[in-house]
Design a protein around this ligand. Structure first.
Ligand code: SF4
Ligand code: SF4
Ligand code: FES
Length: 283
């Protein structure tokens, strides 16, 4: 970040006299100020080009702040999707310097200062406009995974008994914010366009949360092998490396599911055992 004097704050702005604004002004005055150049993808329907914008920045800003500032001051029609600005809604996914990331969780000072910062839409999905991709395919995949199907209650009062360790095992998968960064980076979708035959890492996480749930009785293994195409995954771990929730997608979800597929379909002893241990069919 190049350092310059802080810009003068506007006077007479709404709330300019309140304690919060004064505290914010004091904090800004003590922070490093400068400028950064962003190369932002502009265009619609898969066509477009990078446009360069230089904007004032202050220490602590994230890429989404800079995009909002550009939108406010230089490109009012710039399309960008966001919601929480807290890394929890999964809306602001984009490719920053070529890597899938959340714009609201990527600080400008984490990015190299010797070149402009590139910001592009996720490329594994159809482009809508500027930084917005159409991720609706993901929501059509989700219903293809069999729903949670609990066994009958263990006690007459309608409650169940579970070991804490079994409950804990699936909690990791439930952290998913559906940002689809893992889907974006996966070469099976991004480069080979297997959207019709491959559910993708986000949905293997979802399937694992259900398959490993201690109460669940549904059998998802044949569909994971066939319709959801888990065999296409060659465990590159790219999905794990971009997950903002640090879910061990490959090690804890995909590999155990692949092992279940192998045990069921390719291991003769396993198949015999499964005949006796198979879960009851889904309702
Ligand atoms: S590990 Fe599998 S699912 Fe994850 S990015 Fe690689 S091929 Fe895709
Ligand atoms: S598994 Fe991680 S990267 Fe994939 S959608 Fe969920 S939070 Fe995003
Ligand atoms: S705006 Fe919600 S995750 Fe970034």
């Amino acid at each position: 970040m190049t350092t310059t004097a802080p810009p003068e704050r506007a006077t007479g702005a709404p709330g300019a006299g309140d304690a919060y604004t004064a505290a914010q002004a004091a904090q800004d005055a003590g922070a490093a100020h400068g400028t950064r150049t962003l190369r932002v993808w502009r265009g619609a329907g898969g066509t477009g080009a990078f446009t360069e914008f230089t904007t004032d920045v202050v220490e602590g800003m994230v890429v989404l702040d800079a995009i909002h500032q550009i939108q406010a001051e230089q490109a009012n029609d710039l399309a960008v999707r966001w919601n929480c600005k807290a890394g929890k809604c999964g809306s602001c996914s984009a490719e920053i310097n070529g890597k899938p990331k959340l714009m609201c969780m990527t600080r400008l000072d984490e990015l190299p200062t010797d070149a402009p910062i590139t910001v592009e839409p996720m490329r594994a999905f159809p482009h809508v406009r500027d930084l917005v991709s159409d991720v609706s395919w993901n929501f059509r995949v989700k219903p293809q995974i069999r729903r949670f199907t609990p066994r009958p209650p263990d006690a007459p009062d309608g409650t169940w008994r579970m070991r804490q360790a079994d409950v804990d095992r699936v909690q990791e998968f439930r952290q998913c914010i559906e940002c689809f960064l893992c889907q974006d980076v996966c070469h099976v979708l991004r480069d080979h366009h297997k959207h019709e035959t491959f559910a993708g890492p986000r949905y293997f996480v979802h399937a694992a949360a259900l398959e490993m749930h201690p109460l669940d009785t549904a059998d998802r293994i044949p569909e994971l092998r066939q319709a959801q195409g888990i065999g296409y995954c060659n465990i590159t771990k790219c999905c794990t490396s971009v997950c903002p929730e640090h879910i061990a997608i490959t090690d804890n979800a995909i590999i155990p599911l692949k092992e279940r597929v192998v045990d069921r379909f390719y291991d003769p002893v396993g198949r015999l055992v499964q005949l006796f241990r198979r879960k009851s069919p889904a309702h």
